[in-house]
Design a binder for this molecule. Sequence first.
Ligand code: TRP
Length: 449
Amino acid sequence: MSKQQANRGSFSSSIGFILAAAGSAIGLGNLWKFPYVAGNSGGGFFIIAYFLFALILGVPVMLSEMVIGRNTNLNAIGAFQRLNKKWTFVGAIGVIGAFLILSYYSIVGGWVLKYIFSYLIGADFGADKVAYFNNFVASPVEPVIFHLLFLGLTACVVTLGVSGGIEKASKFMLPALFILLIGLVIRSLTLPNAIEGVKFLFVPNTEVFKDASTTSNMLLSAMGQIFFSLSLGMGIMVTYGSYIKKDSNLTTNTFFIIGLDTLMALLSGLVILPAVFSFGYEPAAGPGLIFSIIPAIFEIMPFGSIFGLLFFTLVFLAAITSSMSLLEVVSAYFIDTYKWNRKKVTFILAIAMGIVGIFASLSMGPLSHVTIGGLNIFDTLGFITDKLLMPIGAFCTTIFVGYIWGLNNVKAEVELNGMKFYFYRAYSILIRYIAPVLIFIIFVMGLFA
Ligand code: TRP
């Protein structure tokens, strides 16, 4: 290993990597976004599409990204550049996408911080939890301050480096989050009428097929959600893969991460949606869903405000292990390419994202009149990343790996150190034919429906 590579840091063990990558994958996407996107997309069939896409898109794309990262030992842009100069742009899509995602991700992270503070000072969310949330996000100052605070904290963890910060935080957060979620699922399922929420999630409802636009919207949402939730298409797994040791088994890693991520999303759905139906909330309420339903659940529980504090603290930890991965992708590029100092790069980037995010936050209040194609700035950022950059990034990755770099290279990297690539045949069909065609069709449908 060269000195330069040694300086980049690496994960101290396979399990450390799995936890860190799962830490990146598991975040607001699972806890905050999954329940409301499922709610917006009609439940049942969305969940089926989600599981299916996890297997036929998630597995091959994630494995490919990890292989590229570990093979080159470089950041997202550097990795593609090393393998084939003409494909550098795929890495660039990732770095730009990660920058944009974090600009709005940190706003939601800021909301989580706000709820932590509210619980600390005695939790009063009023009778109308939805109104409380809506008032808060539309106000001009507070959400902006919390957004900047969240980004600042993310930057602090990233400057601690790979194994120091990222790995340590993930090791503690995931098990704690899992246990609390299980407890909450039990609470939620025993609420009156909870079964309606379970039915909503698992009983396929043919309503979504009533016209082409609801169908394609459901498929596009499920695909966007898979990529978002698994941190795909944006060079995260390339960057993290570059820190994996050569004796780690990439196929096992992939299944573990996807399994854990899907489990967490499902648990979150099983906390939120039964409660939504029990309290008579609207499943299609959008981004405010967990922020209104969770305080409502805790209000009627003994020691509810302590659990509320614990819950949002764990959501915060899950969010920060994801946000640091986003910042890391962008930072790693500048560190590798320009040999800049990690601390300096990280803080400069955080400031730049902070500024973009301020506009996005204000777009839910004072700047709500500024719209692009009917979407405010916050939603526009979400649209650009989830529905454009991520599918394009993932599509290009499949083509690159399947046709340009070549499957032999993938196979060789996976099989290093005598590992077995036991589903190589399935992988090669998925990555060359099924994944690119599916991504392309859904992407185009989404643009025109
Ligand atoms: N997957 C994370 C979540 O579910 C968010 C995230 C982190 C992400 N890194 C990413 C999304 C890269 C897309 C691309 O919250």
